[in-house]
Design a protein around this ligand. Structure first.
Ligand code: CA
Length: 249
């Protein structure tokens, strides 16, 4: 339980809402439940923030002054795997249905009950929790990203030029968590998975730098594995999964 609470405390939620009173209420109730929040008054502000921040969830008001909330949601979806909760005063069913069809995880109607909002937020975050043990199913065995092919069944990594690497178990476990959770900040504990290591254990950094040496074009570059100071690591890639028997490219 302790670790769950600890993780929840670290979750970052972006509130995209032009009405300062509504934004304050949302910020307060989420703050009471120990979430970190960042307030964006409009769509442009969120898109700007997303360059440096990776929220776990965005609460998006559909009626924004500078862009339709549905369009904003699609833009967020295109660049982030974060959860999306639509908040709307619009009573029209079509908007809600469209929002869900276009990738929102859930919606809440205004005026809302703060506790219900928190319950919805928690439920979305739970669904987005990483699977740390990288459990393999035949339909999702090969992860591909930017020309790379990582076979999670036998821990082999093929570079875009065809060069083959066999990863160590710790490198492979790490890469499994990354490809299962691209474009999200992962805390050290999440990367440690189920192994009984303390969060200050340096072995995670050693595995990260080994993995970087195999993946990154030059020493010191962070094309795929980005360090987010004070928060953890981020795997920047668009990952597509293939079945175990998929033909080579
Ligand atoms: Ca509004």
């Amino acid at each position: 339980m302790k670790i769950d609470e600890e993780r929840e405390r670290q979750k970052l939620i972006a509130i995209v809402e032009d009405d300062p009173d509504v934004a304050r209420i949302i910020g307060q109730v989420l703050g009471d439940f120990s979430f970190r929040t960042v307030w964006c008054r409009n769509a442009a502000e969120l898109l700007h923030r997303l360059r440096s921040l990776a929220p776990d969830l965005c609460i998006i008001d559909l009626g924004l002054p500078d862009m339709d909330g549905i369009e904003l949601m699609q833009r967020v979806r295109a660049q982030s795997a974060c959860g999306i909760l639509i908040l709307t005063g619009r009573a029209y069913v079509s908007d809600r249905v469209m929002g869900l069809e276009l990738g929102a995880d859930d919606y809440v109607l205004k005026p809302f009950e703060p506790r219900e909002l928190v319950a919805r937020v928690r439920s979305i975050l739970r669904r987005h929790e990483p699977v740390p043990d990288g459990s393999v199913s035949a339909q999702r065995q090969i992860a591909t990203f930017s020309g790379w092919r990582f076979n999670t069944g036998n821990n082999t990594l093929h570079a875009p030029n065809g060069e083959k690497n066999l990863l160590s178990t710790s490198e492979a476990n790490l890469l499994k968590v990354f490809v299962n959770n691209p474009n999200r900040i992962l805390q050290r504990e999440q990367l440690l998975g189920t192994r009984d290591l303390s969060p200050t254990d340096r072995s995670i950094d050693v595995s990260i730098s080994r993995l970087r040496r195999k993946l990154e074009p030059d020493a010191g570059s962070q094309t795929f594995i980005k360090t987010v100071y004070g928060a953890g690591y981020l795997f920047l890639a668009s990952v597509t999964w293939l079945a175990a028997d998929a033909p080579p490219p």
